[in-house]
Structures are given as structure tokens and as C-alpha cells.
Design a protein around this ligand. Structure first.
Ligand code: NAP
Length: 267
């Protein structure tokens, strides 16, 4: 195991503290309609348990899931029984993946129902972070569907501790930073458009989760001898990053990713 202790950073002005690398769990529950370079079988419960135990040992306390990730939430709920408080769980609302197709509903009723279902599936009475799983119409969802008003009511009711959006546009990222606790944005050496959103989050003391840091696994695009290390250095050179969410079902990759983050912030 690599040296050093994985730092934690606060989510906006909440009292939630997350490790600077989190574990993405798409591959725990869904292997259809995903854009990874190779097809894969879903891991067994034993494999997921081993990965979660390894993550805890490495100091990772953040899991990112979603109703759109197939059985991911249900599987986590089963495996985290009795250990819920060891984890910060971030899930989403607005998208579902049914029989190979995405369906979206951002109405207040759909968001409330989705949160109740996530609570049941995850076998918990609170969700730490809930992100709107954007369909690309970030601005419309915020300004016309008032998604943050719905999430704010759920926060006031004590069901969720923080909220934001996994965005697809810069305008949506900026509005999310203005109105919510956190924006999840894509960022990697090949895609840097969201820099302005990250800088704004830094200025406003809000949070940024990075998605697709490893280009969803398409690392050959980087032409580097150590693309994971180089990517983590690139990401943590940027102000405003709270945590990088990397998806993996491979314990060796998890360890490599954590070691690379440690090296990136200490050198
Ligand atoms: P990613 O984290 O950039 O890449 C994940 C891919 O990289 C997996 O196929 C994984 O394969 C591979 N990988 C991980 N570590 C590696 C290593 N050390 N060496 C080589 N390959 C490695 O992209 P992502 O999964 O698309 O996004 C990350 C997370 O962000 C997701 O899990 C999800 O939680 C979230 N996300 C959210 C949205 C959204 O719209 N809300 C969209 C995309 C993603 P192995 O399993 O073989 O390691």
C-alpha cells in the first residue's frame, strides 16, 4: 500500500467530509449501454465486498451511485448493512435505466419518489448527497423545473444532507454552484472546458466532484507511460476540486488510483 493518508475535504458549507478520491459504482450494477472500452460481467457480491473493504483500508469514504446504474444502489444497500456510517453516499435523481433505455423525469413528485426509493434500496434513513442526473438540459431543469427547490425541501425534511447536479453544460455548472452545494463535472487532460465552473466553485466555497477523470477508461488517448498518475497530477493542480470519483471494479486499479492521488497532492 502507498504511503500517506488520504485527505478529506468538506462539501461546501455542510459538515460532510469526503475523501479526495471516491469510488464510482456504475459497473457494480450495469453493463448495458455504457461507454467503457471493453465489455464486462457484473462483479459478484464477494468481489464488491472485497473492493469496499479495500477502499476503507485505503481511506476512501465516498461512494457515487444512481438509480440509473442498474442494481448498484440495491447491491450497496445489502453490503453496507451495519456499516452505513463508515460511508458518505452520493446518489442521483431524474434518470432511470429500464430495459436498455434511459428515462427522465425531474418533476417534484418523481424526485421525491426517487429519494424514497433510494432510501429503501440503500437501507438507510438519510442520503448524504443527491445530484440531479442531468439529461443535458441543465439550465431548463434548474430554471423551469425548479429541481433545486424540490431538493432543498428534502434537505429541510432531513432526508438528504446536501444536493447539486451532475452537469453537462457550463451554464448549468455555474447555476448549480450559485444555487446548490455541489456540481459534478467532467474534467481530464483531454477535456478542460469546465475549468470556469471549478474556479467559480472555489470562489463561492462550493464543491466539485470530478467525473470521467480517466476518460471512462480510454487511457490510450493520453500517450503517457503513466496516464493515471499524470491525470491525477493534472486534476489536483486545479483549484476547487473536492473529490475525483473514479469508477472501477478492479482492486489493483483502485489501489493505483489512490496511490496516484496521494502522489499528486504531496509532490
Ligand atoms: P472513469 O472513472 O474515468 O473511468 C472508469 C473506467 O476506467 C473503468 O472502465 C475502469 O475499468 C477504468 N479504470 C479505472 N481505474 C483504472 C486504472 N488504474 N487503470 C486502468 N483503467 C482504469 O469514468 P466513469 O466511470 O465514466 O466515471 C466515473 C464515475 O463518475 C462513475 O462511476 C459514476 O459514478 C460517475 N459518472 C457520472 C455520470 C453522470 O452523468 N452523472 C456520468 C459518468 C460517470 P476497471 O473497472 O477495469 O478498473
Amino acid at each position: 500500500m502507498g504511503g500517506g493518508i488520504l485527505q478529506k475535504r468538506r462539501v461546501g458549507s455542510t459538515d460532510i467530509e469526503v475523501s479526495i478520491i471516491g469510488l464510482g459504482t456504475v459497473k457494480f450494477g450495469r453493463n448495458q449501454g455504457v461507454k467503457y472500452p471493453a465489455s464486462f460481467s457484473l462483479p459478484t457480491d464477494e468481489e464488491i465486498e472485497r473492493l469496499l473493504n479495500g477502499a476503507v483500508e485505503l481511506g476512501v469514504n465516498l461512494l457515487d451511485t444512481a438509480p440509473a446504474y442498474g442494481t448498484s444502489e440495491e447491491r450497496l444497500g445489502l453490503l453496507l448493512q451495519g456499516r452505513r456510517r463508515d460511508w458518505i453516499i452520493s446518489t442521483k435523481v431524474g434518470e432511470e435505466f429500464i430495459e436498455g433505455e434511459s428515462h427522465f423525469d425531474f418533476s417534484p413528485q418523481a424526485i421525491q419518489k426517487s429519494v424514497e426509493r433510494s432510501l429503501r434500496r440503500l437501507r438507510t434513513d438519510y442520503l448524504d448527497i443527491v445530484l440531479v442526473h442531468s439529461n443535458g438540459e441543465d439550465k431548463r431543469l434548474i430554471e423551469e423545473e425548479n429541481v433545486f427547490a424540490t431538493l432543498n425541501a428534502l434537505k429541510q425534511a432531513g432526508k438528504i444532507r446536501a444536493y447539486g447536479m451532475s452537469t453537462k453544460t457550463i451554464a448549468g455548472g455555474l447555476l448549480t454552484i450559485e444555487m446548490a452545494d455541489i456540481a459534478m463535472v467532467a474534467f481530464n487532460p483531454e477535456y478542460v472546458d469546465e475549468r470556469i465552473v471549478m474556479a467559480y466553485a472555489q470562489q463561492k466555497n462550493k464543491s466539485i466532484f470530478i467525473k470521467k477523470a480517466l476518460m471512462s477508461g480510454h487511457l490510450q488517448k493520453m500517450q503517457s507511460a503513466d496516464p493515471v498518475q499524470d491525470t491525477m497530477r493534472f486534476i489536483f493542480a486545479e483549484p476547487g476540486v473536492t473529490s475525483v470519483i473514479v469508477g472501477t471494479i478492479n482492486p489493483d486499479h483502485l489501489q493505483k488510483n489512490v496511490n496516484s492521488v496521494l502522489a499528486a497532492i504531496t509532490t
